[in-house]
Design a protein around this ligand. Structure first.
Ligand SMILES: NC(=O)c1ccc[n+]([C@@H]2O[C@H](COP(=O)([O-])OP(=O)(O)OC[C@H]3O[C@@H](n4cnc5c(N)ncnc54)[C@H](O)[C@@H]3O)[C@@H](O)[C@H]2O)c1
Length: 340
């Protein structure tokens, strides 16, 4: 137990994801207090501070880490900054919720995990799909043995539209930023590590992505250490909506998670049947983002092991990097997950 009545939080990076975390902490987590916001874009930081009524406004991380009333940080800056920010926060004795991926290389991830370990702080990684009520229920059913032993994992992750080109210039790679959610689900739902991948991918809709070494669609075949197999499809430009679906085929049954409708309304006319489609991740996983920050603050308060650990973040990253390598080298790539 921390013994603190309220956990003071600094949110680092308040673009789309960080702002949502700050809003959720303020609105839905009475045991947390957002005391500072940090963003390299000083104008944006000022706006968020003014919109949300937060006290501290910073454009650099170290100044916020110096605050005594900051007990924890939420890191939602660009992915390349995650590992150095985890290290700095750990060295300052702050607990950490870090967005995925925890790093962009395994060396950086391991150095960040070592800093967390030696500081004895809590690190939770932002694989929020585990908090989605449907995915959480699927996990519970699998653990209850309802579908027997998982043998095939299949997951689809399609964005409605391509992010702006600036996103790719900053290094937003498909396997590292998108497929990693499915790799985490795969490890979690199958309760096993992925030890081999073979990826096929291409810049099929937007050939300009090739100059950034990136792709807009990819499929990755998976092999788990216990023999189960799987497949993950990631696509940046579905056009019709945000489409995330997963199927776990077991020895006694199959579980399907995911839906397209945002509202439970279907309109039937002579022209056919129609329903709306979830537009984006902030809508589809709205509940999961709230439950994620609530659980983080509870974890910090109770001093317990986080539900999504640094090791989870590190091993999901290892799968993403192996998929990227498999695509580039046109061969299956083996992975050595860590148990520590
Ligand atoms: N879990 C999820 O569902 C999910 C969804 C989207 C994004 N993400 C992750 O969240 C992170 C942010 O993504 P986003 O879509 O919000 O990006 P974004 O570009 O909207 O926001 C990033 C913010 O970080 C700021 N920033 C840049 N350098 C900084 C620095 N040195 N210190 C502080 N702030 C800095 C930028 O000015 C920007 O406002 C990424 O790592 C991404 O992978 C996770």
């Amino acid at each position: 137990m921390t013994g603190l009545s309220q956990i003071g939080v600094a949110v680092i990076g308040v673009g789309s994801m960080g702002r949502r975390h700050a809003e959720n902490l303020l609105r839905a987590v009475p045991d947390a207090r957002v005391v500072a916001v940090v963003d390299a874009n000083a104008e944006l930081a000022k706006k968020v501070v003014s919109d949300l009524g937060v006290d501290g406004c910073y454009s650099e991380v170290p100044a916020a880490l110096e605050r005594k009333d900051v007990d924890a940080v939420v890191i939602a800056s660009p992915s390349r900054l995650h590992a150095p920010t985890i290290r700095a926060a750990a060295m300052a004795g702050k607990h950490i919720l870090c967005e995925k991926p925890i790093a962009t290389t395994l060396e950086e991830a391991d150095a960040a995990l070592a800093a967390v370990e030696s500081a004895g702080v809590c690190l939770q990684v932002g694989h929020m799909r585990r908090y989605d009520p449907a995915y959480a229920d699927a996990k519970r059913r699998i653990e209850n043995g309802e579908i027997g032993r998982p043998v095939i994992f299949k997951s689809i992750g399609r964005d409605r539209e391509l992010p702006p080109m600036s996103y790719f210039q900053a290094g937003g790679m498909l396997f590292l930023e998108s497929s990693i959610h499915d790799f985490d689900l795969a490890r979690w739902l199958v309760s096993d590590e992925i030890t081999e991948v073979q990826a096929f991918a291409g810049a099929l809709i937007t050939p300009e992505l090739e100059k950034y070494g990136d792709v807009d669609c990819g499929v990755v075949n998976l092999r788990f250490s216990g023999g189960a197999i799987g497949n993950v499809e990631s696509y940046r430009h579905a056009g019709y909506g945000y489409d995330v679906r997963t199927e776990i085929v077991g020895s006694k049954g199959t579980l399907q998670v995911g839906y397209l409708e945002h509202t439970r309304e279907t309109v039937l006319t002579a022209g056919g049947a129609a329903h709306d489609i979830v537009a984006d991740y902030l809508t589809r996983f709205a509940d999961a983002y709230v439950l994620e920050v609530q659980d983080f603050i509870e974890t910090v308060r109770k001093g317990r092991e986080p539900r999504v650990t640094g090791r989870d973040g590190r091993n999901a990253l290892a799968v993403s990097l192996a998929a990227q390598r498999s695509y580039l080298e046109r061969r299956p790539v083996a992975i050595t997950p860590t148990n520590t």
